[in-house]
Ligand binder design. Structure first.
Ligand SMILES: [Zn+2]
Length: 252
C-alpha cells in the first residue's frame, strides 16, 4: 500500500508541479504581459523574448561563412593571436534588432543575455565554431559600471553559451580598471592608449597553452577586445584567442 501510494505520488508529483508552474506562469503573463524584443508583439506563455513570427525570419545567423577569415577576425590580425571570430547579427543603432541589446544593457534585463548566449551557441555549433575552445572569457566591466548595471551583460551571454556547449567560464583571469580621467578631451590616439592600458591579467596559470573565447556584446572597431586580448597574451604568450560578439557594428 505504502509502495502503491509512493508510486502514485511519483506519477502525479511532476505533473501537478508542472500544472501549478504553468498556471503561475500564465497568471504572471496576464498581470505583466511580456513583449517581443524585436517587433513588440505580446508574447505567448511559450515564447521567450522573441516571438515565433520574428524567429521565422531568422533574425540571428552566423554573420560570416568562414569562422577564421572574415571582416571581424581581420580586425585582430597582428594584434592578438586570433583563431576564429563570429557575430550573430549586424548591429545598427535605432533598429528593431538593436532593441535586444538595449534591453540587455539598459533595461535591467540580464536574462536577455542568457537567451542570446543560448541562441548563439545553438546556431554556431553546426559550424564547429566552439571546437577546441577551453575557456570562455566574458569581457570584464569596471567595478563602477558593474555596480551601476547590477550585472555584467557579457557574463550573462557567456552563461547561455556555456549552458549549451559545456565550455567552462573564466571570469578571474582579467579585470578592467576605471579611467583615471575623462576621455572627452582626448584625441583618437590618446583614447586608444587609454583603453589599451585599462585591462589587467592575473590568475592566468590555467590559461597556459589554452584556447579562449572572448565574448563581447557589440564590436565596432574591435579596439576594446584587442586591448583585453593583448593584455592576456602579454602574460600568457602561448595563448590562442577566438572572439564571439552578439552584434558587429561595422558598416562592412
Ligand atoms: Zn516579434
Amino acid at each position: 500500500m505504502k509502495k502503491f501510494g509512493k508510486g502514485i505520488a511519483s506519477f502525479l508529483g511532476p505533473k501537478i508541479f508542472r500544472s501549478v508552474h504553468d498556471l503561475l506562469h500564465d497568471m504572471a503573463d496576464y498581470i505583466l504581459p511580456r513583449h517581443c524584443l524585436i517587433c513588440g508583439r505580446r508574447l505567448s506563455s511559450a515564447e521567450e523574448f522573441v516571438c515565433s513570427v520574428c524567429f521565422l525570419y531568422k533574425p540571428f545567423n552566423p554573420l560570416f561563412h568562414d569562422n577564421r577569415d572574415n571582416y571581424l577576425s581581420k580586425l585582430f590580425y597582428g594584434a592578438i593571436p586570433i583563431e576564429k571570430a563570429q557575430a550573430i547579427m549586424r548591429f545598427r543603432p535605432n533598429t528593431d534588432m538593436a532593441n535586444i541589446i538595449y534591453s540587455l544593457k539598459y533595461n535591467n534585463n540580464p536574462d536577455v543575455g542568457v537567451f542570446l548566449g543560448r541562441v548563439a551557441a545553438k546556431i554556431l555549433s553546426d559550424s564547429n565554431f566552439f571546437d577546441g575552445i577551453d575557456y570562455i572569457v566574458p569581457m570584464p566591466l569596471t567595478k563602477k559600471r558593474r555596480s551601476w548595471r547590477g550585472y555584467n551583460q557579457c557574463e550573462r551571454i557567456a552563461n547561455g553559451v556555456s549552458e549549451v556547449t559545456g565550455i567552462p567560464i573564466n571570469t578571474h583571469c582579467v579585470s578592467r580598471m576605471s579611467f583615471h580621467c575623462s576621455q572627452t578631451h582626448l584625441d583618437y590616439i590618446q583614447r586608444q592608449d587609454n583603453v589599451q592600458n585599462n585591462f589587467k591579467a592575473s590568475n592566468t596559470s590555467a590559461l597556459e597553452g589554452k584556447h579562449i573565447l572572448i565574448i563581447d556584446d557589440i564590436v565596432t572597431t574591435g579596439a576594446t577586445v584587442k586591448s583585453c586580448g593583448r593584455e592576456i597574451a602579454r602574460v600568457v604568450p602561448n595563448i590562442r584567442i577566438s572572439v564571439l560578439a552578439m552584434g558587429f557594428a561595422s558598416a562592412l
